[in-house]
Design a protein around this ligand. Structure first.
Ligand SMILES: [Zn+2]
Length: 465
């Protein structure tokens, strides 16, 4: 467990707040942190006795980024040759699912440590992980491993408890395994256990549990989809899943249910301010209106969508309509990087490439990556830098030629993109990256564990390729 400290962040070149419009920039203000919260922001603040002073000169400060869709277990599945040129369906069937049974709690732990280290060093302070490696005869210990690793790194963590139920035979990945899906009782039983052990309701929660079947159409029958929504709301938990990632997904829904995916989930009580969906690449205008009217959010994952050739989500149109926008890196088996700043940089660029230079504004992209994430996760006291908010902030160093010559230095991390240099990262008033390093992280050990983990996940498909 990390120790909270009272701190004064002094002399930054610029502070971005995560808010929109004229409130996006706080200027060159110092930030005082006490009891895990931001207690004061202003020019030339004086250090008080007992405060640690953090020198932020030649740095810019952003709110901690909030990654709203990840699959941490995939950190041992980067650039698997059998899936490198596949679309989503081929990739699901050749990369994560053939190895589902191989994933032990120990491997999930190794993978999660890689992912959380990369997230911290790319500006993220909160991670929502969609973990779906469950089957009828498997262990439920994975969720506990993930919470434990989050504790080690001091990261704010939301476990989106995934998995497939009865109709998993329709899932393009699960159906290729010989595994039996869990029963509804097994899934709900584990969610109740996780909730009792970890879940916090407060707007500054460090730990949350979310109900998150892997996909709403392929992974379970519609009746169970509705039952899960009702169970989640009964427990006061939010809902998350994948939606409309590819055109195939939309075609399946049209053919099987005679409606569009957003209409299908609406039919089964899966819209509302307590729901967010990953991807939503393929949407009709009417679906965007339904999302906006119900306050249902998106986790936009532009790198994974590019890598799998899925398309580009209509995020500028969704933002214009009022849909809550957040950003996720998705699993690194379909990204090859779990960098949040890399994801923001791509989000800034990709809509411009498709729709013109007016399509995105850098300040809005920072908002999506911070306050937008807090909104979809229901963490109201996180994601913006203001007095009274949680002290989750990242201080980026700019001591590199690529950051010299800027007219608007405040935007440097998001418009220049990776590699960013996280000098300090503070979560809940605890320093989790200190002078550019994660304290106590043994890189050589991490590399060797990752190498061993990759060996354990090699399968026949790999030898054939
Ligand atoms: Zn995903």
């Amino acid at each position: 467990m990390k120790q909270q400290q009272n701190m004064l962040v002094k002399n930054p070149l610029a502070v971005m707040t995560g808010l929109r419009g004229s409130r996006a920039r706080a200027g060159q203000v110092d930030i005082r942190i006490s009891g895990g919260l931001i207690s004061e922001m202003g020019r030339n603040l004086a250090a008080q006795p007992g405060e640690r002073v953090i020198d932020a000169s030649n740095c810019v400060v952003y709110p901690g980024l909030i990654n709203t869709h990840h699959h941490l277990a995939q950190n041992l599945l980067k650039a698997v040759p059998a899936g490198i040129n596949q679309d989503l369906q081929g990739w699901l069937a050749s990369v994560p699912y053939p190895r589902l049974e191989r994933f032990t709690p120990a491997l999930v732990r190794i993978a999660a440590r890689l992912g959380m280290a990369e997230l911290l060093l790319s500006g993220a302070t909160t991670c929502a992980d969609h973990h779906y490696l469950y089957h009828a005869n498997g262990t439920t210990e994975m969720g506990d491993q993930l919470f434990d690793v989050a504790d080690e790194f001091g990261m704010r963590f939301v476990l989106c408890r995934g998995g497939a139920l009865e109709s998993a035979h329709a899932h393009p990945g699960f159906s290729k395994t010989a595994l039996q899906p869990e029963s509804l009782d097994q899934m709900i039983g584990d969610i109740e256990r996780l909730k009792a052990r970890y879940h916090q309701d407060t707007p500054v929660a460090m730990r949350r549990v979310v109900v998150a079947p892997t996909t709403p159409t392929f992974s379970l029958p519609p009746t169970l989809l509705r039952e899960l929504a009702s169970a989640a709301r009964g427990m006061g938990l939010r809902l998350h899943t994948h939606l409309s990632e590819t055109q195939n997904y939309v075609n399946f829904c049209r053919e099987k249910y005679n409606c569009l995916p957003v209409e299908f989930v609406a039919e089964h009580e899966w819209l509302g301010p307590d729901v967010w969906f990953a991807h939503m690449v393929h949407l009709q205008p009417g679906e965007i209106r339904m999302l906006a009217q119900t306050g249902t959010g998106i986790s936009h994952c532009p790198v994974s969508n590019s890598r799998l050739g899925s398309g580009i989500a209509p995020v500028p149109q969704m933002a214009e309509a009022g849909v809550p926008i957040s950003i996720g890196v998705d699993g690194v088996a379909s990204n090859e990087s779990g960098s949040m700043m890399g994801e923001l940089h791509t989000a800034w660029l990709i809509h411009r490439a498709a729709q013109g230079a007016q399509a995105t504004v850098a300040e809005d992209v920072i908002h999506w990556g911070s306050a937008g994430g807090a909104e979809v996760l229901g963490l109201g006291a996180v994601g913006t830098l203001a007095v009274g908010q949680a002290a989750d902030l990242v201080i980026y160093g700019l001591d590199h030629p690529r950051f010299f010559g800027f007219h608007d230095i405040a935007l440097a991390p998001v418009v220049a993109g990776e590699p960013v240099a996280v000098r300090y990262s503070i979560i809940n008033g605890c320093v989790v990256v200190d002078k550019g390093e994660i304290p106590g992280l043994d890189l050589a050990k991490m590399r060797s564990e990752a190498h061993d983990g990759v060996q354990q996940l090699l399968i026949e498909l790999d030898n054939a390729s």
